[in-house]
Design a protein around this ligand. Structure first.
Ligand code: F6R
Length: 245
């Protein structure tokens, strides 16, 4: 793992956006694995600016997202499909047909997982961007998810429901289940970038970078990836013991 400790959220977002823009410039039809949540919002804002300033183009880019809530349609304001349109897709020149997110309204969630797994086999990620759950989850692979998992439905951990309640009017409205890319499909990405900022991620960052590789901390599996860069701000890095400067 390469660990970059940066001053703050701004700097984390800038470095991540530069890496993604560089990948897209080298390979205009790159497959980008994308995440939702608060962490990548700054990176998406910068990527939108790059496209507006013609410093990058997403015309041929393909995207695959990590996850979606079961029960929320693409038009629902808290769905990840809606999030991606608001924060990135509507402000860059990506073709909507080239953007992929699990369908939270699928009649048969298992067939949707199988479909998404096949899609990921056809579109292996050139780069996968990850946020980090305060419990060490990646995508919605909660603690104790097997490392060989593929796309599956998951019952969200109590802590995840609590963490994500901030996006909903009340905790009761947070969906309890989701479809998530599995750990083996995340690990299949050619390159992985993990972003984390803020003190509430410090424990998870420590377990991911310096802890034992164990399903108890799903993100620890990333220690086994050949090209994984962790970009964390000083607060998120505050419990790391190693010298990464
Ligand atoms: C989002 C996802 C999650 C988040 C994680 C951190 O698609 O899969 O793993 O990346 O929960 O969320 P934030 O960034 O809101 O702290």
């Amino acid at each position: 793992m390469k660990v970059l400790i940066v001053k703050d959220y701004e700097q984390m977002s800038r470095i991540a956006a530069d890496i993604i823009a560089d990948i897209v410039r080298r390979n205009p039809s790159a497959v980008l694995g994308l995440a939702t949540g608060s962490t990548p919002v700054g990176m998406y804002k910068l990527l939108s600016q790059f496209v507006e300033e013609k410093k990058a183009s997403f015309k041929k880019v393909r995207t695959v997202n990590l996850d979606e809530y079961v029960g929320l349609g693409a038009e629902h304001e808290q769905s990840f499909a809606h999030f991606m349109r608001t924060h990135l897709f509507d402000s860059v020149d990506v073709a909507p047909n080239n953007t992929h997110i699990p369908n939270g309204l699928a009649d048969d969630p298992q067939s949707e997982c199988d479909r998404y797994h096949r899609l990921l086999q056809q579109l292996p990620q050139d780069v996968q961007v990850l946020g980090l759950g305060s419990n060490g989850h990646i995508g919605f692979n909660e603690p104790d998810t097997p490392f060989d998992s593929t796309t599956h439905t998951v019952r969200l951990a109590e802590s995840t429901v609590r963490d994500n309640a901030r996006f909903f009017a009340s905790r009761e409205e947070v969906p309890q289940t989701a479809i998530t890319m599995g750990i083996s499909e995340i690990m299949n990405a050619r390159k992985i970038i993990v972003l984390a900022s803020g003190k509430n991620k410090a424990q998870a960052v420590k377990a991911m970078v310096e802890g034992e590789v164990t399903p108890a901390c799903p993100a620890s599996v990333l220690q086994n990836h050949a090209d994984c860069t962790v970009i964390v701000d000083e607060d998120a890095a505050s419990l790391l013991a190693g010298n990464y400067r």
